[in-house]
Write a protein that binds this ligand. Structure first.
Ligand SMILES: Nc1ncnc2c1ncn2[C@@H]1O[C@H](COP(=O)(O)OP(=O)(O)OP(=O)(O)O)[C@@H](O)[C@H]1O
Length: 407
């Protein structure tokens, strides 16, 4: 036996022999051991001996392999990839139908298997580690996201409650202002209507028409002083002068706007529920139509009371539409020789209305006797669902006429 060579028993080549096939350097001593064992044997004994040795080796190897396989299986239980890897090595081993037939170096096979197993275990461990790392990273990200979302939610909630508070305060102040506004409005309305009542529910104005082109300009009007007018009429009185009083007297130079401005406060009381009637009374050609509607070629400046009154009412209704809704009705009539004509009828023939009593057809005729003496009368009645009636009578005087003065 050479140095470094061990006898068969010393090399552990028995039933319990430890065969570490992972170490390739062991194959050489094993060959040497085999040749040492066989050196003193007869040639006819060698095959039998070899067969017996190989049989033992294969049995031992298979036993070891089986136990190792079980260990690897248990280790790779949790990793799918590792199972595949392990299966590969197992298949590699199991695919070998008969080790003894292949005559392969068993230690080499075992070493390969062990290496594969180690690699598989290492890969599994690495994979598991990386998965664990990824999971913990995801967890951290999730936590961070959760915190951000929570902070965002808290901020939105805070902002929402702040906005709600501000809105509540605004609403409260608005409600307060609205109730105050309504109180003031009511107070204003009362005061306004008191003023109108004090001024009188019925107002009578006198307007002097200027001379028309071609007329002889010898005026019968002596003097105009706000509400008083003096007419020179030689036939009546001692000095041939007669004075009349009105709420206001408009001279020949007065404009349509000035006439309207005086009637405007009464007209506006329509929006407070009052009925308002405006009429012009006077002889033919004295300027009733001019005052109520305007001249034939009408401009904005020459618009009469009718247009201005309606324009004013609709403007006001538009301004107050957030607070009030108004229903306004208008009726325009002409009374001529005790015949009432509807001026808003558009069928060509003016519809005649008989005057039966003062409130017939919703028309408020101010005074029946007044109607009788009137030659013609242009009437505009503005109606609202109201409680009181107000009347504006515009007595249009022809400057040259003294017949109308008795009105
Ligand atoms: N204030 C005024 N300024 C200028 N022109 C006027 C004025 N008033 C009336 N006129 C003119 O006098 C003429 C007669 O006026 P208007 O037709 O209004 O009278 P009237 O009283 O309505 O007559 P009728 O009863 O016949 O209908 C018209 O040409 C009109 O343009």
């Amino acid at each position: 036996m050479n140095e470094g060579e061990a006898p068969y028993e010393d090399a552990g080549f028995n039933g319990d022999a430890h065969l570490d096939c992972g170490d390739m350097s062991r194959s050489r001593p094993l060959k040497m051991l085999v040749s040492a064992v066989l050196s003193d044997k007869r040639p006819d004994e060698v095959p039998q001996l070899l067969e017996s040795m190989l049989g033992k080796l294969v049995d031992e190897f298979e036993n070891r392999l089986k136990s190792q396989n079980e260990l690897v299986k248990a280790a790779l239980k949790n990793g799918t990839d590792s199972t595949k890897c392990f299966s590969k090595s197992k298949v590699l081993v199991e695919a070998t139908p008969n080790f003894s037939e292949r005559k392969m170096d068993t230690s080499e096979i075992y070493s390969k298997h062990k290496q594969t197993k180690k690699e598989a275990s290492g890969k599994v461990a690495l994979k598991q580690h990386s998965i664990l790392q990824q999971q913990s990273k995801h967890l951290e990200d999730l936590k961070a996201n959760l915190q951000t979302t929570r902070a965002g939610m808290e901020f939105i909630q805070m902002k929402y409650s702040e906005d709600l508070n501000i809105l509540g305060r605004h609403l409260f102040s608005l409600a307060h202002a609205a109730s105050g506004y309504h109180k003031v409005l009511e107070e204003n309305r009362k005061l306004y209507n008191q003023v109108q009542d004090l001024k009188g529910s019925i107002r009578v104005y006198c307007r002097i028409r200027p001379f028309l082109p071609g007329q002889v300009s010898s005026s019968t009007v002596g003097c105009i002083d706000d509400g008083n007018i003096t007419i020179i009429t030689p036939k009546s009185g001692k000095d041939g002068r007669k004075s009349f009083s009105f709420n206001k007297v408009f001279g020949p130079s007065s404009t349509q706007d000035e006439v309207f401005l005086d009637t405007q406060p009464l007209i506006r009381s329509v929006l407070d529920g009052y009925n308002v009637c405006i009429f012009a009374y006077g002889q033919t050609g004295s300027g009733k139509t001019f005052t109520m509607s305007g001249p034939k070629n009408m401009t904005e400046q020459t618009q009469g009371v009718n247009y201005r009154a309606l324009g004013d009412l609709f403007n006001l209704a538009e301004k107050r539409k957030g607070t009030f809704v108004y229903d306004i009705a208008v009726q325009m009539i002409e009374i001529y020789n005790e015949q009432v004509r509807d001026l808003l009828i558009s069928d060509g023939l003016n519809k005649r209305l008989e005057i039966r009593n003062n409130s017939q057809n919703g028309i408020n005729v101010p005074d029946a006797s007044l109607v009788r003496v009137a030659s013609t009368m242009d009437v505009m009645e503005l109606m609202n669902i109201g409680h009181r009636n107000r009347t504006v009578g515009a007595t249009a005087l022809n400057d040259r006429s003294s017949r109308s003065h008795s009105v």
